[in-house]
Design a protein around this ligand. Structure first.
Ligand code: ARG
Ligand code: ASP
Length: 726
C-alpha cells in the first residue's frame, strides 16, 4: 500500500516537473474584449486574480485605459496620475536622437527632465488609447460574398465601415477605424483617442539603454536597460491638443501601480500591447516562400550592405556616428530573418505544415459540400504561389537591394519639386514651400552621408541584382549598363558618383536658389536620376501590378483556408493574426531548455551586466556611475539577493510592435516592460513553439533603480504608485 502511494506520489511529481517546465507556455494574442469567453478561466487557472472585466471594460476604468500605442510601431503604458509614460529605449530612440545635438547628446549621456518645463516636445509623436472595440462583422458579412471581385469587396466594406465609423464617433473628439480579423472572416471597429502633444522626460545613457546592442539583440541572457520615459499632455479640457505651452499633463482614466515585491518562476504573467503582424495560418506553400525566398533574399542582400557599412564605420569616426542608427535598424531584421530561417529549418516547420495541409485536404474531401467549397484550395495555392513568387523575388531585389543605395532614395525625393515646378498651374506658394523643404532635405542628407561608402554599396547591389534577377524581369537599365560598360559595374559606379550633380552640394543648392526649366533639364538628364527613375518605373509598371494581383488572389485563398481551419476544429480556440491592434497574451515567468545540455535561467541581474562589461567593445561599455553604484551596493529598495534584477523571460507570445508593452502580474500590477524575444523562438511569427518561444522583458526594479539612483530623478519616482508587500 505504502509503495503504491509512493509510486503515485513520484508519478505526480514527475508530472508536475514536466508541467512546470513546459505547460505554462501559452500561444495566443487575444482581443481584450473577448477574454471573458474562454481565456478568463484559463488565465485564472494559471494564477490570475483579476477578472476579464478588469482588463477591458467600457463601463468602468480597466487596464486597457493605461496602455497606448506609442507612435506607429510600439507600445507604452502610463505609470502615474500625470500620464508619465514608460516605453522602450529603442522605441523612443529616433525622437530622442532628433532632440539631441553634439553639445546636448541625450542618446550618449542620457537625460532627466527636472521639472515639467524641462520635458521636451516631440513633434509628430502620438499616443493612442483604445476607447472601445466593437464586433461589426454582422453589419458587413451579409453584404459581401465569395463570388465578388476583391476590388468590389473592398469598396463595399469601405462604404459600410465609413458609415459605421462616422456614427461611432459623432459628437466626440474620438477617432475610429475598422480592421479585418481571421483574414477577413470577422471585422472589429476601434474607437480611439489620439494624443499629439507627447514630451520626452527621461532616458539612461545609451550604454545602459542599448547595452549589448546588436551583439545581444534577440539573445538571452540579456542585460539591456531598454526603457525611456515620456509624458502625454492635453488641452484645458483634458482632451488631445496639438503642442502648446499652455497644455497640462493629461489626467488619465487609469495608470498602472508598480509592484516591486519580487517575482519568481511559474508566476502568472500577462502582456498587453500592439503586436504588428503575424502569419500563423499560412499553408506550407506560403511558409516555403517565406523561408526559401523572401527571408533568404533579404538576408543575402542585407548581409552585403551591412558588411560594407560596418567596415566603413570601423575605420572612420564620423561614419561611425552617422551610420550607427541606420546600421542598427538594418541589422535588427537582418538578424531576425536569419534566426527565423534557422528555427524553421531546425524544427522542420515546413514539413510539419505539409502534414497539417494533408489533414486539411482529407477533411475537405470527406464531405461533398466541403469538397465543393474547400477541395481545390491547396491546388489553387500552389498555382498562385508559383506565379507570385517570381514577382516577389523581383520586388525583394528592387526594394531591398537597388533601393538600398542611399543615393537613389535621395534622388527620388526631388521628384515632387520637379513635378510641381513643371506644372504651369501649380500654386507658387506651394512650389516655394517644396523648394525650402528640398533644400533642408539636401542639407540633412549630406550631414549623415558617406559617399565613398554608398559607392561601394551601389556597386555591390548592382552586381548582386544582376546576378540574381531573372533575365526576363529586371530593370532595363541594368542591361544597358552591362552593354555600355562591357559588364564592368565598377566603372559605371565610379562614373556615376563622380558625374552626378546630386552629390555636389554647393552646386545643387545654388541651382535650387534659381530653380527653373534649365535646372530641371540638368537634373533629369543626370545619370543618378536616370538610374533611380528607371528602377522606380520598373517596380511600378513591371512588378507592382502582378504582385498586387498575387497579394489579392492569395488574400482570397487565405480567407477561405482560415474559414476551413475554423470549421475543421470547432473545439480549439483560434486567435486572429496580429494586425497592430490591442491584444493580450498570457503565460508565466519561465526559463527554457533551448537545446540539449543548455538551460536558460528565467532571470538576469545587474551582476551579469557588470560581468559582460568590456572596455574594448563598444557594445559593452559600463558607465562609471553604474560601476560605482554596484561597487557600493547602492541599490535602494530595488535590491534582491544582493543585486538588482534586470531582465526576465515569460512564456508569452509577442512580436514586433509589442516593444514597450507592460508585463503585468496576477493582480494586474506592473512588473516589467517587454522588449524582445529569445533567438530560439522568433519563428513564432509563423509557428509558435511552446517550448522555445520566450518574451524578454526588463524588470521594473532595474528601471526604477536607474531612474532613482543613476538619474537622480526622484520627482518621477514620487509620482508613481509603488507597491512592496511585506
Ligand atoms: N529586437 C528588438 C526589436 O525587434 C530590439 C531592437 C532594437 N535593438 C537593436 N540593437 N537594434 O525591436
Ligand atoms: N523587439 C520587438 C519590437 O520592437 C519585439 C519582438 O519582435 O519580439 O517590438
Amino acid at each position: 500500500m505504502g509503495k503504491s502511494v509512493n509510486c503515485l506520489h513520484l508519478l505526480s511529481l514527475n508530472f508536475l516537473l514536466l508541467f512546470s517546465n513546459y505547460s505554462f507556455a501559452k500561444e495566443g494574442m487575444w482581443l481584450p474584449n473577448l477574454l471573458g469567453h474562454v481565456n478568463e478561466a484559463e488565465m485564472k487557472d494559471l494564477g490570475m486574480k483579476i477578472s476579464a472585466d478588469d482588463i477591458y471594460s467600457i463601463n468602468h476604468t480597466s487596464l486597457k485605459d493605461a496602455v497606448v500605442q506609442f507612435g506607429g510601431g510600439c507600445t507604452g503604458e502610463l505609470i502615474s496620475s500625470q500620464s508619465l509614460l514608460l516605453t522602450n529605449h529603442h522605441c523612443g530612440f529616433s525622437q530622442i536622437q532628433s532632440l539631441s545635438t553634439l553639445e546636448k547628446n541625450y542618446i550618449k549621456d542620457g537625460y532627466w527632465a527636472k521639472s515639467f518645463e524641462e520635458e521636451l516636445p516631440c513633434p509628430g509623436l502620438t499616443a493612442t488609447f483604445i476607447i472601445e472595440i466593437r464586433n461589426v462583422s454582422e453589419q458587413i458579412l451579409p453584404f459581401i460574398s465569395d463570388t465578388m471581385s476583391e476590388m468590389k469587396r473592398q469598396s463595399v466594406i469601405k462604404l459600410i465601415t465609413d458609415n459605421l465609423e462616422k456614427a461611432a464617433i459623432s459628437g466626440t473628439h474620438y477617432k475610429a477605424f475598422t480592421k479585418s480579423f481571421y483574414q477577413g472572416n470577422e471585422f472589429y471597429l476601434f474607437i480611439t483617442e489620439v494624443f499629439t502633444d507627447i514630451r520626452f522626460v527621461g532616458v539612461a545613457p545609451k550604454a545602459i539603454g542599448n547595452f549589448g546592442s546588436d551583439t545581444d539583440n534577440w539573445m538571452w541572457p540579456r542585460h539591456t536597460g531598454d526603457f525611456s520615459l515620456f509624458r502625454i499632455y492635453a488641452g484645458k479640457d483634458n482632451h488631445p491638443a496639438d503642442y502648446s505651452k499652455e497644455n497640462k499633463p493629461f489626467s488619465p482614466r487609469y495608470f498602472l501601480p508598480i509592484n516591486i515585491s519580487g517575482i519568481k518562476e511559474g508566476d502568472f504573467a500577462m502582456i498587453m500591447g500592439f503586436p504588428g503582424k503575424t502569419n500563423e495560418y499560412l499553408p506550407a506553400e506560403g511558409l516555403e516562400m517565406v523561408y526559401s525566398q523572401t527571408n533568404a533574399d533579404k538576408v543575402r542582400i542585407r548581409e552585403q550592405r551591412l558588411k560594407i557599412w560596418k567596415e566603413a564605420m570601423g575605420t572612420n569616426d564620423t561614419i561611425q556616428l552617422n551610420y550607427s542608427a541606420k546600421y542598427r535598424t538594418l541589422a535588427n531584421y537582418y538578424k531576425k530573418w536569419s534566426l527565423e530561417n534557422q528555427n524553421l529549418r531546425k524544427h522542420e516547420s515546413i514539413l510539419k505544415r505539409k502534414g497539417f495541409d494533408k489533414q486539411f485536404l482529407e477533411w475537405t474531401l470527406a464531405d461533398s459540400m466541403r469538397r465543393a467549397e474547400f477541395g481545390n484550395l491547396l491546388n489553387d495555392f500552389s498555382e498562385i504561389y508559383s506565379k507570385g513568387k517570381v514577382f516577389g523575388h523581383a520586388l525583394d531585389y528592387t526594394s531591398e537591394s537597388l533601393m538600398g543605395i542611399e543615393l537613389l532614395n535621395y534622388v527620388l525625393s526631388f521628384k515632387k519639386l520637379i513635378e510641381l515646378r513643371r506644372n504651369i498651374h501649380a500654386d507658387e506658394k506651394e512650389v516655394e514651400v517644396q523648394l525650402e523643404k528640398t533644400k533642408k532635405m539636401v542639407n540633412g542628407f549630406f550631414k549623415s552621408y558617406s559617399k565613398s561608402t554608398d559607392k561601394k554599396v551601389c556597386f555591390s547591389m548592382l552586381k548582386l541584382s544582376d546576378e540574381n534577377m531573372s533575365d526576363s524581369l529586371r530593370p532595363d537599365i541594368l542591361v544597358r549598363i552591362k552593354n555600355d560598360f562591357s559588364g564592368d559595374f565598377m566603372k559605371y559606379t565610379e562614373e556615376l558618383y563622380s558625374k552626378t550633380i546630386f552629390l555636389k552640394q554647393e552646386k545643387l543648392l545654388s541651382m535650387l536658389n534659381n530653380f527653373g526649366s534649365v535646372e530641371i533639364k540638368k537634373l533629369t538628364k543626370d545619370p543618378a536620376w536616370k538610374l533611380a527613375i528607371n528602377i522606380q518605373d520598373f517596380q511600378k509598371e513591371k512588378i507592382q501590378p502582378s504582385y498586387n494581383a498575387f497579394v489579392q488572389g492569395s488574400a482570397k485563398l487565405l480567407r477561405k483556408y482560415m474559414e476551413g481551419i475554423l470549421q475543421m476544429d470547432t473545439v480549439k480556440q483560434f486567435y486572429p493574426d496580429a494586425n497592430s491592434t490591442l491584444r493580450v497574451t498570457y503565460g508565466s515567468i519561465q526559463g527554457m531548455n533551448p537545446r540539449d545540455g543548455v538551460i536558460y535561467k528565467w532571470q538576469t541581474n545587474l551582476d551579469g551586466l557588470i560581468e559582460k562589461g568590456n572596455l574594448n567593445d563598444d557594445d559593452f561599455q559600463v558607465p562609471e556611475k553604474l560601476k560605482e553604484l554596484y561597487a557600493t551596493r547602492n541599490f535602494g529598495q530595488y535590491e534582491s539577493n544582493g543585486s538588482v534584477p534586470l531582465a526576465f523571460l515569460t512564456s508569452t507570445q509577442t512580436t514586433g510592435g509589442n516593444s514597450g508593452s507592460p508585463v503585468l502580474n496576477d493582480k494586474g500590477e506592473l512588473i516589467g516592460t517587454s522588449f524582445d524575444r529569445a533567438s530560439e523562438g522568433v519563428m513564432s511569427d509563423y509557428v509558435f513553439d511552446e517550448k522555445l518561444t520566450r518574451t524578454i522583458s526588463l524588470d521594473i526594479r532595474f528601471t526604477l533603480f536607474i531612474i532613482e539612483k543613476l538619474g537622480g530623478a526622484d520627482r518621477l519616482i514620487q509620482e508613481m504608485k509603488i507597491i512592496k508587500d511585506k
